[in-house]
Design a protein around this ligand. Structure first.
Ligand code: ATP
Ligand code: MG
Length: 142
């Protein structure tokens, strides 16, 4: 997570975003670095891209029974209710106005889902248009 934040530092500074990172002390999970990097980079990249100027992004890591939960929340443009089920379809991008000058391929979440499937991880996305988005990644400790 730290490395990913470093990689996007220029964009974070340009948008004057505040990043808050909270982690449970004894929160530990072992996953292949390639998958972890791909998933975290894509979710953090979205949180940054779809944040408004001076927004706050909160990243929380906590233990949840036999799983580790990573929640990444932003206060950005949010997602239409009708679009939530399509987010993992390759090339899907929400079609509303605020989006027009934000570039992307619509592949990030499709690839993220594949990477999580490969390591038996789960992803849940909740969002309210105009208020922000919350993405939860669940990884099994075993
Ligand atoms: P890229 O392939 O470069 O990541 P992308 O960001 O458009 O392009 P995805 O990451 O797959 O593609 O996301 C798909 C769509 O879901 C986005 O185009 C956007 O409409 C919506 N979306 C994803 N994350 C967020 C978010 N945090 N806030 C608002 N909309 C989001
Ligand atoms: Mg993306």
């Amino acid at each position: 997570i730290d490395e990913s934040i470093q990689r996007f530092n220029d964009l974070i500074n340009k948008k004057e975003l505040k990043i808050k990172f909270k982690a449970d002390k004894h929160c530990c999970v072992q996953v292949p670095i390639y998958h972890a990097t791909l998933v975290i980079d894509n979710i953090i990249s979205n949180a940054i891209k779809y944040s408004n100027q001076k927004g706050t992004i909160i990243i929380e890591l906590k233990s949840k029974g036999h799983q580790v939960s990573c929640i990444i929340s932003d206060e950005g443009i949010g997602i239409n209710k009708e679009d939530i089920d399509k987010l993992f379809n390759p090339f899907f991008r929400s079609a509303f106005l605020e989006h027009k000058n934000i570039s992307g391929t619509g592949l990030g979440l499709a690839i993220t889902k594949k990477a999580l499937d490969a390591i038996h991880g789960k992803i849940h996305i909740k969002s309210k248009k105009g208020y922000g988005t919350k993405v939860e990644i669940l990884l099994s400790i075993k």
